[in-house]
Write a protein that binds this ligand. Structure first.
Ligand code: ADP
Ligand code: MG
Length: 502
């Protein structure tokens, strides 16, 4: 019988018997503490006591009443063995009901006592080991949870029906859902309608065949005031067999910014390529156009000398007008294709905006459009190329006015933001069709019969040159908001302009 390491509390007022027992137990390697009363026993018992050997008849209490208090003191882990001279089943039942581990009848054979103590000791040790393991497991589980929540990646675990078993904090933050709303429901239900078929196909395939898959999709986080926030996420999926079940693990990286950057890079590239190619051509057209215009004026004068017949002038006027349009197109195009260096100077955006509106007011009023300006009285100072900035705002204003038509409203708004200026051109026109949105900044994209399709392309390249951003959003009720942000200081151009100077 090995009691090495056992901490035993012996509670007996019979000094001779207690000494005897203590000696027997110590011989087996146990360390023994002795108490003569219940009060002493409670003082000595601690969380490390394994077994308490308690005589049922104590001077200050019954051993029976000590059972539950002792166990409470040790966190429920102490095994109490009662020593009783009174062999009745009633006693035994009560003892066990109070939480005693066992009882020993007096008089007893030391071997039987030792066997009972050894059983109790190994039981307590097992329980303690289980406790230690459980708390180590809890700690490591918590550690893993913390890790899973600390990473910026979105992490998802789905079961073999596609139901969310676990989603980390990044998923909660991106979807705006709580853990309870996410977990226990199919992941598909949390996706925008249009995303579901692609994800369903991936989930079905992985569950059937295993393996991995990659895909990029959108998540929406509804906002109480305004449209949902859309994030693009690049997902990596892996099917993992856990016993008989298959689990799907998905990790996602937010790719919204990367997408936007590459979209802008592609567009800039396209604009630059078109610009390089055609700027030369436009330049070549300008000279003969000037010559044609001059010759036409000459022709007009000569006709005047021989006849006053308006019928003779009509074709000349038409050709003149067409040449005018062509010249306008060429000028527009050159403006777009010539992203020359900025001549950036201190500019007050509030003043630029107010001046522009004052300038355009008569024309817009004539067109039946209500033009308004919202700009603070205090300055919005930035460094910018004033002429180019005016050109941008004029293009946007004209688009807005053309879009709303008579009876429409156009508002030019400017305000200072943290690191620069934000300008919005708001109209209540028909808006831009979703299919057209990606093309609006492309050169020559126009939905107008007589449009050049260069206005927005010019805006884009000028704003780009200033290190700003330009974006289009649907207006809250109807119409369009074009938003331009400009940094307080434009970046210095480190590379020469791609398009040749005309
Ligand atoms: P253009 O004005 O010559 O057509 P732009 O580059 O200025 O060329 O504009 C391109 C197209 O973008 C327009 O033809 C129009 O379809 C669309 N657009 C631009 N601004 C607006 C707006 N405020 N409302 C509706 N559509 C717009
Ligand atoms: Mg335009």
């Amino acid at each position: 019988m090995n009691l090495r390491g056992a901490k035993i509390l012996l509670v007996d007022d019979n000094v001779d018997l207690a000494e005897n027992l203590a000696e027997i137990l110590s011989d087996e390697g146990a360390s023994v503490q002795r108490a003569g009363t219940a009060a002493q026993a409670l003082e000595l018992a601690g969380p490390h006591t394994h077994v308490a050997l308690v005589d049922i008849g104590l001077p200050d209490a019954t051993g029976l009443s000590l059972v539950s208090t002792l166990r409470a003191r040790s966190g429920g882990r102490i095994a109490v063995l009662l020593i009783t001279g009174n062999a009745s089943t009633e006693h035994a039942i009560r003892a066990v009901r109070e939480g005693a581990y066992d009882y020993i009848l007096k008089p007893f054979d030391p071997e039987i006592m030792l066997a009972a103590v050894a059983r109790a000791f190994s039981q307590v040790r097992l329980e303690q080991e289980a406790d230690t393991l459980a708390s180590a497991l809890r700690a490591s589980e918590q550690g893993l949870r913390d890790l899973v929540d600390a990473v910026t990646a979105l992490l998802l675990v789905l079961d073999d029906r596609g139901v969310v078993l676990r989603a980390n904090k990044a998923v909660l933050a991106t979807t705006g859902l709580t853990g309870d709303e996410l977990e226990g429901k199919p992941w598909l239900e949390h996706l925008p309608e249009s995303e579901r078929p692609a994800v369903r196909a991936i989930v079905d395939r992985l569950l059937a065949e295993g393996g991995t898959a990659a895909h990029e999709g959108r998540l929406l986080r509804p906002q109480p005031d305004g449209p949902a926030v859309e994030r693009w996420v690049t997902w990596q999926w892996t099917a993992v067999k856990v016993g008989a079940e298959t689990r799907l693990y998905a990790s996602g990286m937010d790719s919204t910014e990367v997408r936007e950057l590459s979209r802008r890079a592609r567009l800039s590239e396209k604009l630059a390529a078109v610009g390089t190619l055609a700027a030369g051509l436009a330049h070549e057209i300008r000279n003969p156009l000037n010559a044609a215009s001059l010759q036409l004026q000459l022709l007009e004068r000569r006709i005047k000398r021989v006849s006053e017949d308006p019928k003779l002038f009509e074709p000349v006027a038409v050709v003149m007008e067409e040449i005018g349009r062509l010249a306008h197109l060429v000028e527009d195009f050159l403006a777009f294709a010539r992203p020359s260096e900025l001549r950036a100077k201190p500019v007050d955006v509030a003043v630029v905006v107010r001046e522009l509106v004052a300038l355009e007011l008569p024309a817009t009023r004539a067109a039946g459009v209500v033009l308004a300006v919202e700009a603070p009285t205090e300055p919005i100072p930035i460094a910018a190329d004033r002429e180019k900035l005016q050109q941008v705002l004029l293009n946007l204003l004209r688009n807005a006015v053309e879009a709303v038509g008579p009876g429409g409203h156009v508002t030019l708004r400017a305000r200072a933001v943290d690191d620069g200026a934000r300008i919005q051109v708001v109209d209540d026109g028909p808006g831009i069709a979703e299919a057209d949105l990606p093309r609006v900044f492309e050169p020559f994209f126009s939905t107008k019969a007589d449009g050049t399709g260069l206005g927005m392309a010019i805006c884009h390249s000028v704003v780009d040159l200033h290190g700003g951003t330009i974006s289009i959003h649907p207006a809250p009720a109807r119409g369009t908001v074009v938003e331009v942000t400009l940094p307080r200081d434009p970046p210095r151009l480190s590379t020469p302009p791609l398009a040749p100077r005309a």
